[in-house]
Write a protein that binds this ligand. Structure first.
Ligand SMILES: Cc1cc2nc3c(=O)[nH]c(=O)nc-3n(C[C@H](O)[C@H](O)[C@H](O)COP(=O)(O)OP(=O)(O)OC[C@H]3O[C@@H](n4cnc5c(N)ncnc54)[C@H](O)[C@@H]3O)c2cc1C
Length: 379
């Protein structure tokens, strides 16, 4: 009987895994010895990091989308059928349509979701660029912005660890180019006692903020927004007035993970080396939905997918998973003014960002287009 590999979630993590498995065991898939099914809930694949550029009129939303089917190897069976339950005991997924997807090996790649609703007043009075709709709304607000105080604030956890700095620096550049920088105040807030959780990044950001005249307040965790008075209150007791609030809402794992009771907050306990779900021998987890002690980022999904694929094929063949993920992450940091830097790190080696250059900025812009090769499992 054919062995069934099922991937839940058609974002970047699931897509890389699907294409790599198809490329590694084409014979077994063609002969029918193994079937490879991806279950998603949308026909469209979106390049989420591109949402950062929408508010500043640097990209149009349509440029960030492809048909999911067009990204997948023909040996992958792709179905759009939103899943309501992951039944680990019964070794099957149950879709809202009531269709069941039994599996021998399951890969969960359901990502993470920004939840502005967790901060009272934020949905009504705040902006964010972590959804396409939110990024377009922020673009409209910035287009009509003629000066005033802009506050940047974030909830934890959130995907893309460097996005808070990127949006702040790109905003400062945008206001300058628009000719309203003199009439504006940019204030960055951050939840821990530094400008960033990664010490080397915080150290790097300090002088850059000073040079650009960006104000900051640390130990600032969003509590609620007074939407009438336009004041953001923090858990630490401070109150910051704003004309425009740009937030990164706190994230949670996807509803199906929460409803299936697989992890608090929707984060699935995952072995940090093999990427098996803790306590399981045939369920793997990849991308934002893991509880790994590394950033929730597309590059984390990419590097861990390479390891997961090897281990998933081993389990499929009745072997022990032997490949080890070392926690590798690589993130570009857009710094505005046509410059960027980057950080790379793993579980044991912290990053150290080099000075920003225009070459790295152009590399990042090139990657924004090459992303589609990454999704196809080519790059
Ligand atoms: C503004 C922004 C900037 C970013 N910048 C960077 C960057 O510069 N570098 C970087 O590395 N990362 C960046 N990221 C983070 C990166 O986009 C995410 O970490 C990455 O998309 C996570 O991949 P994933 O596959 O785990 O989740 P996703 O790509 O979110 O995919 C999850 C998929 O699962 C599907 N799904 C969920 N529930 C179900 C269900 N019940 N049934 C069926 N399907 C379901 C979803 O619809 C989705 O298609 C950025 C993100 C944002 C928002």
């Amino acid at each position: 009987m054919s062995k069934k590999v099922v991937i839940l979630g058609s974002g970047i993590a699931g897509t890389i895994v699907a294409n790599q498995i198809a490329r590694k065991i084409p014979g077994e898939l063609k002969s029918g010895a193994v079937s490879l099914t991806m279950v998603g809930n949308t026909e469209t694949h979106v390049y989420q990091p591109g949402w950062l550029y929408i508010p500043f009129d640097l990209v149009r939303p349509e440029e960030l989308k492809r048909s999911q089917r067009s990204l997948l190897d023909p040996l992958v069976r792709f179905v759009v059928d939103p899943v309501s339950q992951i039944d680990v005991k019964g070794q099957k997924l149950v879709a809202e349509s009531k269709t069941e997807y039994p599996y021998d090996v399951l890969i969960i790649a359901t990502g993470s979701v920004p939840r502005p609703d967790l901060i009272p007043g934020l949905p009504e009075a705040g902006h964010w660029f972590y959804t396409e709709e939110g990024a377009i709304k922020l673009r409209e607000a910035l287009r009509s912005f003629q000066g005033g105080k802009i506050v940047v604030a974030m909830g934890v956890p959130h995907k893309c660890p460097v996005a808070p700095l990127e949006v702040t620096l790109m905003l400062e550049d945008y206001l300058r180019k628009k000719g309203v920088r003199e009439k504006s105040e940019v204030m960055y807030t951050y939840p821990v006692g530094a400008l960033h959780t990664i010490p080397a990044v915080a150290q790097w950001a300090g002088p850059v903020f000073e040079e650009r005249g960006i104000k900051s307040e640390t130990f600032f965790n969003m509590k609620e927004v007074d939407k009438e008075k336009k004041i953001l209150h923090s858990l630490e007791g401070s109150a910051v007035p704003f004309d425009l609030l740009i937030s990164i809402p706190p994230h949670r794992g996807s509803k199906v993970v929460l409803d299936s009771g697989l992890g608090e907050g929707g984060w699935i306990p995952t072995n940090k080396q093999t990427l098996l779900m803790e306590g399981s021998e045939n369920v793997f987890v990849v991308g934002d939905t893991t509880n790994l002690p590394v950033s929730k980022a597309g590059s984390t999904a990419h590097f861990s997918a390479d390891i997961l694929v090897e281990n998933a094929i081993s389990v499929l063949h009745g072997e022990k998973p032997a490949h080890v993920y070392d926690g590798k992450v690589y993130c570009f940091i857009e710094t505005g003014r046509n410059q960027a830097t980057y950080i790379t790190f793993n579980y044991t080696t912290p990053p150290s960002p080099p000075p920003p250059t225009s070459a790295v900025h152009w590399l990042k812009l090139s990657y924004n287009r090459l992303y589609w090769l990454t999704a196809r499992g080519i790059l």
